[in-house]
Design a protein around this ligand. Structure first.
Ligand code: IVH
Length: 675
């Protein structure tokens, strides 16, 4: 067998090569999937042989625990700031000041994007990334090495002509696409969303737990060299950045070399027009004297270089009136407030709506119908609220409140204590949630109506034949209409009817799962079915009884209660029962709540033997396996649990202590034999 270290080194080099091809050359040489496989292979090896983890590993498992706080580091070379110019006159005055100090010399300007992220400094010793520090106050910053190591396009070791010491300066930011995806995912999970990519990047870098930073789509773009030993022969900014790319760094997607300040102005206008199409947010351009000797000649004035300036884009903001605040209901029932505005031009685009995100944001801004607000647009076209002019409010406008009922279906709106988003409780009935509810209802693990795919669902909704899921069981009354749908022949219509008919015989667990109650996945549905035995008992269950059900958390218990409180949901459930959906009453022998699940036992159990634990699990339908994998449902960890526990934690698999396990077994009626 190949030596572990050799294997790890090979993988690290392969991953670095593909990173370079992907990020620097923009020519991916393998698919994302293949890349992930390499990455996981390395991670698995590292998990198996933690003692051999390499210092430059891209998986960043070296010292990867969360920190209590960041340590402070003094910058060897201070991280200075830039002066600003805001218009052509200021720009030309900057050029005059530069050129007056360099008589009879030709000056070329390096024009770069002013990336709207956070400045950091990264250190490489003998080509290996050893430290990352925030800008801080310019003199001292915070050591964020662990987080910096999780930035995928930041080289962990350098290629080519590697100096003894290299300190590179650049910007960390979240490209727009990654930012939108992160916000969409967080929103769907009911978690906090970020106002802009800059905040998202800052929030991610400030995480003490590198795992969180690693999960965020951050990127690093180099824009300067602070130290290089031994010195590398470089004459211009352009050469410097090019050299950095050969070492493995990525630089911003645009850079220009201009022979005159007039040309700089042209590029500034060009980039302003291209701004919405860029991958990252920028807030202006940075104009630098290209020649490094000339930079030295010019030097600094207090804390700003004389050889560079930031040419900021004008703020695009306007004041307008809030005419109304509407609540939109998303496909998962989440309510999003949208302010309807008196149309106003903001940087050439008419803005008449702006999202207010959630009720928390409304309270923070204290925005009310009738208020005047400033809206602004950054690089993208999506407008945002900058501020509410509460001081201009002349009458006592009523505070904006969360509606008590869904604006689409009038079911009650609910918002458990620890959730950020309010939702409509009429999941089965609400027209806004219809398509999701139907898709879920027919899915394989729910009612399993495989003849009713997405194409069918869309056509049926279009024909208004599915007002709610119970209408699925009345489709046979519309045979002629269905046959009229393009590409739906006799056979597919009959298949559909057969599948619908067949689905009527189901299990209580499947039926509960099919209702699409928030937080009730397949396992929870099974637990509910086993605990309550009948739908009627579940419908009547109070909060306490629900909370006591295995696998049901406090918030899910509230969602279940809210679901069965909504009159409309009950109507749909009753209609479903009327069409003849049936299930067998659970008997002792069919009570296998852990059916098909894979469980693992590890560590020393002190109240039962492994054999007894295995027997109890098997009696409930579980398989007991010797090793943890992504398929493992739950790990029972006794005293001195070791690598299996570690692995389960990494894979985010549920872990039960011995006591919790025994309690669960007891709830399922599995008791230990008394001696
Ligand atoms: S050069 C001596 N280049 O702008 C100054 N800075 O206001 C060195 N920034 O803190 C800075 N893009 O975070 C430089 N292409 C770029 C930049 C850039 C963004 C930021 C940087 C710095 C701030 C200065």
């Amino acid at each position: 067998m190949m030596n572990v270290v050799t294997q790890m080194r090979q993988l690290i080099q392969l991953i670095a090569k593909h990173n370079h091809a992907y990020y620097v050359m923009d020519q991916p040489s393998i698919t994302d999937n293949e890349y992930d496989q390499l990455f996981h292979q390395l991670k698995d090896l590292e998990q198996q042989y933690p003692e051999y983890v390499q210092v430059d590993t891209p998986t960043n498992k070296v010292g990867g625990e969360a920190l209590a706080k960041f340590t402070t580091v003094t910058h060897a070379v201070p991280m200075l700031s830039l002066g600003n110019v805001f218009n052509q006159d200021d720009l030309f005055a900057f050029a005059r000041r530069v050129e007056e100090r360099l008589p009879n010399q030709k000056v070329q300007y390096d024009v770069e994007l002013k990336l709207d992220g956070l400045a950091i400094s990264v250190w490489y010793e003998k080509g290996i990334l050893v430290r990352g520090v925030t800008r801080g106050d310019g003199e001292t910053g915070e050591d964020i090495t662990q987080n910096v190591k999780t930035i995928r396009n930041l080289p962990k070791f350098l290629h080519g002509d590697v100096p003894e010491l290299l300190e590179v300066r650049g910007e960390v930011l979240m490209p727009k696409q990654g930012f939108e995806k992160l916000n969409a995912t967080n929103e769907a999970k009911g978690e906090k969303t970020f106002a802009n990519p800059r905040n998202a990047a800052a929030g991610s870098l400030r995480q003490l737990d590198p795992e969180v930073a690693a999960s965020r789509p951050l990127a690093f773009y180099a824009y300067g060299i602070a130290q290089c030993e031994p010195a590398h022969p470089l004459e211009t900014m352009h050469e410097s950045l090019q050299w950095l790319t050969t070492l493995g760094f990525e630089i911003a997607e645009r850079q220009f070399l201009c022979a005159s300040i007039e040309e700089v102005q042209e590029k500034y206008e060009k980039i302003q027009a291209e701004r919405p199409n860029l991958l990252v947010e920028i807030d202006g351009m940075v104009i630098k004297v290209d020649n490094l000797k000339q930079q030295q000649q010019l030097g600094f004035l207090s804390r700003e270089p004389r050889w560079a300036t930031a040419y900021k884009f004008p703020a695009v903001a306007a004041v307008t009136d809030v005419e109304n605040i509407d609540w939109q209901v998303g496909r998962t029932g989440a309510l999003t407030p949208v302010a309807r505005l008196k149309p106003v031009l903001v940087g050439g685009v008419t803005v008449s709506n702006v999202t207010l995100h959630n009720i928390g944001e409304i309270q923070r801004l204290d925005v009310r119908v009738g208020d005047q607000i400033s809206v602004y647009r950054t690089g993208d076209v999506i407008p945002k609220v900058e501020r509410v002019w509460t001081e201009l409010r002349n009458t006592d406008l009523p505070r904006t409140k969360l509606p008590s009922h869904c604006p689409v279906c009038e079911s009650p709106v609910v918002m458990p204590k620890d959730e950020a988003l309010a939702r409509c409780s009429g999941g089965l009935y609400c027209a806004a949630q219809r398509i999701e509810a139907i898709r879920h209802f027919v899915s394989r693990k729910a009612m399993d109506i495989d003849g009713l795919g997405d194409r069918w669902v869309e056509s049926l909704l279009h024909l208004d034949l599915l007002k709610d899921v119970s209408d699925i069981y009345h489709l046979h009354n519309h045979r002629e209409t269905l046959l009229g749908i393009e590409k739906m022949g006799e056979k597919s219509v009959q298949n559909l009817f057969d599948a619908v008919e067949k689905s009527k015989e189901t299990t209580l667990a499947r039926f509960i799962y099919a209702l699409g109650i928030r937080g009730v996945g397949e396992t929870t549905a099974r637990m509910l079915a086993n605990t309550f035995q009948t739908l009627d008992a579940l419908r009547k269950a109070n909060l306490d009884a629900l909370k006591k059900t295995p696998d049901v958390g406090d918030i899910t218990a509230e969602w279940i209660l809210d679901f069965f409180k909504a009159k409309h949901n009950i109507e749909v459930v009753d209609r479903l029962l009327e069409v003849g959906i049936v299930w067998d009453a659970p008997t002792a022998s069919t009570r296998q709540p852990l059916n098909g699940e894979s469980w693992v036992l590890t560590g020393t159990l002190s109240h039962c033997t492994r054999d007894q634990a295995t027997q109890m699990l098997q009696a409930l339908g579980a398989r007991v396996s010797g090793s943890v994998s992504s398929k493992t449902k739950c790990l029972v960890a006794g005293e001195k649990a070791g690598s299996k526990l570690e692995k389960a934690k990494k894979l985010e698999i549920k872990v039960l202590s011995e006591q919790a396990f025994l309690d669960l077994m007891q709830q399922y009626g599995q008791n230990l034999p008394t001696e």
